[in-house]
Design a protein around this ligand. Structure first.
Ligand SMILES: *[C@@H]1O[C@H](CO)[C@@H](O)[C@H](O)[C@H]1NC(C)=O
Ligand SMILES: *[C@@H]1O[C@H](CO)[C@@H](O)[C@H](O)[C@H]1NC(C)=O
Ligand SMILES: *[C@@H]1O[C@H](CO)[C@@H](O)[C@H](O)[C@H]1NC(C)=O
Length: 274
């Protein structure tokens, strides 16, 4: 009997640990900061170092004027997590932490533009049931509009706008704009933080927004910290594994019990026969 109890205990401990790991995963403490003075701890590419090739002294003195291509903005090589917070009256009212990439996919041109947190400035406003966050960089901006629906206990974003001046191809246009105002993004309970590892939003005109490692909260932020996470469907912990393990152990316990009881009956029967 003691053995069965032990197995049961081990089963509970195992299940609890699995679930704890699931929730722990995205609980990285978000560094808080104001919109003006935010720092980006994850940024490896320093803005001070230009990525243009260094001009090496050439041995050839006869430098004929080469046809230099038009200066193109060098895209960032790596996705970097940005912390984009809005502060109103010294109170953080909107927090967003994510990696962002704008992707163009059309028959004429394909390409990606990685948003550089170190060169991006958040702005916007927080109202009672509406908030907007604009991330501005030298090539354009991305705007999100959030809503708070108290009857549904939900906060979500319905509008994303992207404007980008960037030459994805040599022949195509350099100016891209798209807006989608019928989205249902980043839905979380009020006071909770939306959390998602990876998602793609289609904005329009062949423009996609790839959002990775994101945590967002637009309303009811207390102490400048993210609330408990509400995971996107893709990230919701899979309880089926835990349930399957539990059932298997239960069956094992029943078998052990039956064997034990049968053994005891045989033993007592044996004593009686003496
Ligand atoms: C862009 O990608 C799409 C799908 O991946 C493809 O059909 C299209 O031909 C590509 N366009 C260019 C210019 O490479
Ligand atoms: C977003 O907020 C700014 C204030 O920072 C405001 O001027 C602008 O109208 C807002 N935009 C939308 C679409 O609500
Ligand atoms: C959110 O904040 C509002 C106003 O500050 C408050 O009335 C409401 O109870 C809060 N809701 C939750 C779910 O915390």
């Amino acid at each position: 009997m003691r053995f069965a109890v032990l197995i049961l205990f081990a089963c509970c401990a195992l299940t609890a640990r699995t679930l704890a790991d699931d929730t722990k995963q995205y609980k990285t403490p978000a560094p808080m900061g104001t919109a003006e003075a935010f720092v980006d701890p994850g940024n490896k590419t320093s803005p001070a170092t230009p990525t243009t090739p260094t001009a090496k002294p050439t041995t050839k003195p006869t430098t004929k004027p080469t046809t230099t291509p038009a200066p193109q903005p060098t895209p960032a090589a790596n996705l970097t997590i940005g912390n984009y917070n809005l502060t109103v009256n010294k109170k953080v009212c909107l927090m967003a932490q994510m990696e962002l990439q704008i992707r163009l996919e059309t028959p004429k041109a394909n390409g990606t533009f990685i948003v550089q947190p170190s060169q991006t400035k958040p702005s916007g406003e927080c109202l009672e049931t509406k908030a907007n966050l604009t991330l501005s960089f030298s090539q354009g901006f991305i705007t999100f509009i959030f809503h708070k629906k108290v009857p549904n206990n939900t906060a979500y974003a319905d509008t994303v706008t992207v404007k980008l001046d960037y030459p994805f191809s040599k022949t195509g246009p350099n100016n891209y704009f798209a807006t989608n105002n019928s989205l249902n993004l980043f839905a979380a309970r009020i006071g909770y933080c939306y959390s998602c590892k990876k998602e793609t939003v289609y904005i329009g005109n062949g423009l996609y927004l790839d959002i990775t490692k994101d945590q967002m909260q637009a309303f009811n932020i207390s102490n400048g910290e993210f609330g408990k996470p509400d995971f996107c469907p893709a990230d919701q912990p899979d309880y089926r594994v835990a349930i399957a393990v539990g059932i298997t152990l239960l069956v094992l316990i029943v078998i052990v019990l039956i064997v034990y009881l049968l053994g005891r009956r045989r033993r007592t029967a044996g004593y009686q026969s003496l």
